[in-house]
Structure formats: C-alpha cells, structure tokens
Design a protein around this ligand. Sequence first.
Ligand SMILES: [Zn+2]
Length: 206
Amino acid sequence: MDIKTQKKNSSKKMNQKKIEQAVRLLLEGVGEDPERPGLKGTPQRVARMMEDILGGTQTDPVKDLEVFQDERHDEMVMIRNIPLYSFCEHHLLPFAGVAHVAYIPKEGRIIGLSKIARLVDTLARRLQVQERLTKQVADILNATLNPLGVMVVIEAEHLCMSMRGIKKPKAVTITSAVRGSFRTNPATRAEAMMLLKGGFPSGKET
Ligand SMILES: [Zn+2]
C-alpha cells in the first residue's frame, strides 16, 4: 500500500464498538468464555489500547514535519536507536526494534530531531510490514526535505517469527532504504555504516 492509499484509509475513524465485538468473537472462537471475570473487561480494554498502539493509522505523518533553514549545516545528521513498536499486518503480532535514520541536508534544510523520531513512531503505529515501514520513512523525509541523501535502517524482532511458525526467537530482521548520495557515493555510505555501528570515521572508537 502506498502512502496515498494509506492516507485515504486513515480518514476513517477507529470504531471502538466494532473492535469490542471482534474481540468478543475472537475469545469465543478460541473457546473462551468472554463473560468470565478475567475476560469481562477485555474487549473494552483492547479497543482502548488499539487507539494507542494503532493510532498512527489516523495520523498524517507529514503534518508535523516542520523544515528549518540553517545555512551552516550541510553535514550528515544521524539518529541511532530510535525505539519502535509496530504490528505485522500478516499475523497481527508485534515486531519491535530500533530505527536508525540519517540524512545529509541540502541548502541548509533541516528538521527537528524529535520530529524524525515522531515520524518513525506514527508510521510504526499502524499495521505494517517492516520493508514498507523502512521505505516510507525514507520516502517521506526525501520528499519533505529534498536532502542530498537519506538512509533508513530498521532492525526488529518479529513475534510472528519468534513464537509461531519457524520459532526463531532473537532472529533480527534488518531492512534498509537508501536514497540520493548514500546510494551513489560509496564513501558517504561507508561513513554512515560506521556511525550506525557506533564507530567514528576517523577510527576513534569510544
Ligand atoms: Zn508476521
């Protein structure tokens, strides 16, 4: 699904009643009694929780991305280890990990660091696949900032791989989306990879 389709879908409000009904059915479906004390409040609790954990579905990710002009800044900006929690749309199970986002400003156009973390958060709090989430973060930053380059790397553990199917806990899926000079300039890309691992291009390690 591209951003436009997702945006169009996102105009729909979340329907608490439908979620409650669905959870009740699910409980019945797995052979539980939705009326037993421990489960009585569960449909409402899950419905309220959905507002939070899938709330990005109703949020326009671009809205808050204010661009600043700072002529002095034309070097790489990288935020490492932005925590993320998202949902695999194939199994409705969480995947969780970190995002690393780097960009090189063009003509001094920069963006607040917290806005980048917010962008990751908004796009993660939807039904996703990791590949698309990675691409969306890169494409939105690319379109908003028109920078010299953007690189997004996401590392995540998928519960649908850990607790079901092939049952491989701790397996980490890594996806990347690379645009502009990160793609075309090997030195830039190498510098980014070095920073991403916590090193410094000069060889100094902390
Ligand atoms: Zn899955």
